[in-house]
Ligand binder design. Structure first.
Ligand SMILES: [Fe+2]
Ligand SMILES: [Fe+2]
Length: 214
């Protein structure tokens, strides 16, 4: 196979970005955990709106995760790390599709700013990869830890009657914790305190507050 040039890689990444925004990126083809839910309850209008808001935030988070992993995979130095990032990106894309399906069921739209979330996260991921694999993995670990915290909050907030969204969120939580664990096993370094406590929570706040509405 011929070696990919930087131009080939760029075209490939533009293709991936478009696929992500249009929910066509490769997945692991796992079954959506909500399809086996047989006990469904009617949601009140307030409950439906709350679920829609939270699932839109989660969908935007998955678009960002996709961008982050693709950016990191592009600039990762070790081949095994690149492969790990690409596999995690496929699992994030399962999540992305599950969230989008649930948003449709809730008669709600996904964030109109998805291209922005993807591009922003892709840039951050690519820079993290350039800085070095151990920092890039540290970034994954910290991001996934924060995502698990968000998911925990959403699982508490969302109506217990919304069993379909809850099935998706619970499976996502298992996967995100696994992504954090494998990043540590692969040699993640602990990020500097200001990045963990200021920069990353700030980015996450901007995204969650905006995507809840737009
Ligand atoms: Fe995810
Ligand atoms: Fe993840």
């Amino acid at each position: 196979m011929r070696k990919l040039t930087i131009f080939d890689k760029l075209v490939n990444e533009i293709d991936q970005a478009l696929r992500t925004v249009h929910t066509l990126a490769p997945t692991t083809a796992r079954k959506n955990p909500s399809v086996d839910i047989t006990t469904e309850h009617d949601l009140s209008e307030d409950e439906r709106k709350l679920s829609a808001r939270l699932m839109r935030i989660n969908h935007a988070g998955e678009v960002s995760a996709q961008g982050l992993y693709r950016g990191q995979a592009l600039t990762a130095k070790r081949e095994d790390i690149r492969e790990q990032m690409e596999h995690s990106a496929m699992e994030e894309n399962d999540h992305l599709n599950w969230c989008e399906t649930r948003l449709d069921e809730l008669d709600a739209h996904k964030s109109y700013l998805s291209p922005l979330w993807y591009m922003g996260s892709f840039s951050i991921g690519a820079v993290a990869g350039l800085v070095g694999d151990k920092w890039s993995l540290g970034f994954v670990k910290e991001t996934e830890d924060q995502v698990v915290k968000h998911l925990d909050e959403h699982i508490v907030k969302i109506s217990k009657k919304d069993t379909r969204s809850l099935a998706i969120l619970n499976q996502m939580k298992i996967d995100e914790a696994h992504h954090a664990d494998i990043a540590v096993e692969a040699g993640a370094a602990e990020l500097p305190l200001p990045v963990r406590k200021f920069f990353m929570p700030l980015m996450s706040k901007v995204m969650t507050k905006t995507s809840a509405r737009i």
